[in-house]
Design a protein around this ligand. Structure first.
Ligand code: GLC
Length: 407
């Protein structure tokens, strides 16, 4: 059934990014071909080893669901130029590999079955197709061929796999938007996929911004999605055990939700297509946190609360304010200054009962808290009589008198 994913995306807050391709077999990240200058003919032989024995789109969809994610984005073709689908235009693809499978078909079907939004990442850059490089080195014929190839591949993705919710371009840098024919291409994409969202990495700004490893800037009405790695790298990298903790991920999620953006969290399946066990455990832990605290994350709305210990992590939904707190003072209290609204009720998510609080002019003092915080990042819900805000005017006046540091 068709749905308007644009509205869902606006409130989703959490999605899964999957970086997977031939590079996953080498375990040295998705830039390995370029970094190590592996000749294209030699690199292409990896397709013969690409059995994808452990790639299970249904299991991935279930995991994303358990993690509390609302959509997923698969790298259908990364810079290496290998298509994970049955392309008639790019024969360097997964149907002609050892796996003989169409992973875009498997992925889109599995995500839809679990009611997850379907996102397709497509790298405009292509190290396999010689025309990509020849074209920008001013070979006009090669450039023309490359643009036809690009438009043709995007058309296949937009035509053969049902409703696609997100088109996630990447690596456009070597050509201008005009050279890519972006206006024309996106017009065609939108005519094939009426409700699709297109990211801003095709040299045009389109529907949403894509800050990488950081947070987006709040701009009225503009959607953003922060893409982030779970460990240090995007594509599977042997020895990269530097994982964020579930607590770190929850912290990032709060920050994204606080700024009304989404977090697209990456996992790099290994060469066989298996999700690293540690990544899986982590995602499930985040999912358990969301079961209790999702109210603070999904469909979060704007607020004006930034001047407190919790900084960017504060979120709001309508008149309710959510404070992800791990520490409170020794008296079992937490204090928020400069609150410019009346508080009606305070509670701890997942614990129901009301907590004692008092409001003295613009100071909110919440008491009655257990001395040790229960669980990973508990969330206090503060119900106000209006959209939560702090008294900014005064803050800026004070900030103005801070001495300037010498240059
Ligand atoms: C970086 C990486 C690229 C990856 C992208 C995801 O730009 O270089 O390989 O796909 O991040 O946002």
């Amino acid at each position: 059934m068709a749905h308007d994913f644009r509205e869902i995306f606006r409130e989703s807050r959490f999605g899964l990014f999957l970086h997977w391709g031939l590079y996953s077999l080498l375990g040295r990240g998705e830039w390995v071909m370029n970094r190590e200058q592996i000749p294209p003919e030699e690199y292409a032989k990896l397709a013969e080893q690409f059995t994808a024995r452990a790639f299970d789109a249904d299991a991935i969809a279930s995991l994303a669901k358990a993690a509390g994610m609302r959509y997923a984005v698969l790298t259908t073709k990364h810079h290496e130029g290998f298509s994970l689908w049955d392309s008639k235009i790019n024969l360097f693809n997964s149907v002609h590999s050892a796996a003989k499978r169409d992973f875009v078909a498997e992925f889109t079907r599995a995500m839809r079955k679990r009611n997850l939004g379907v996102g397709l990442y497509y790298s405009l850059g292509d190290w396999h197709n010689p025309d990509w490089e020849k074209g920008y080195r001013s070979d006009a014929a090669a450039r023309k061929r490359f643009m036809e190839y690009t438009h043709g591949l995007v058309r296949e993705l937009m035509t053969n796999y049902g409703q696609i919710d997100i088109l996630w371009y990447d690596l456009p840098q070597n050509y201008t938007a005009e050279e890519w024919g972006m206006a024309e291409l996106n017009r065609e994409v939108r005519s094939l996929q009426k409700t699709i969202l297109i990211n801003n990495r095709g040299m045009t700004s389109e529907d949403f911004g894509t800050p990488e490893q950081g947070l987006g800037v709040r701009r009225a009405g503009r959607m953003w999605e922060s893409c982030m790695t779970l460990n240090d790298t995007w594509g599977f990298t042997r020895g990269d055990h530097h994982y964020k903790s579930a607590r770190d991920v929850v912290g990032r999620l709060c920050e994204c939700a606080g700024g009304c953006g989404n977090l697209l969290l990456n996992v790099g399946p290994d060469g066989e297509g298996a999700i690293p066990p540690r990544a899986e455990r982590l995602l499930r832990e985040v999912g358990r946190w969301l079961q209790t605290n999702g109210e603070a994350i999904y469909a979060s709305t704007p607020h004006a609360m930034t001047w407190n210990l919790l900084g960017n992590s504060v979120t709001a939904r309508g008149n309710s304010l959510y404070l992800p707190v791990e520490r409170w003072n020794m008296q079992g209290e937490i204090v928020i200054g400069r609150l410019a609204c009346h508080v009606r009720r305070v509670s701890l998510l997942g614990h129901g009962r009301s907590l004692k609080f008092r409001q003295e002019t613009d100071r909110l003092v919440i008491g009655d808290l257990p001395i040790r915080a229960p669980g990973m990042i508990p969330v206090l819900k503060v119900e106000c009589d209006q959209i939560p805000a702090q008294n900014f005017a005064e803050r800026y006046r004070e900030m103005d008198v801070f001495p300037e540091f010498p240059a």
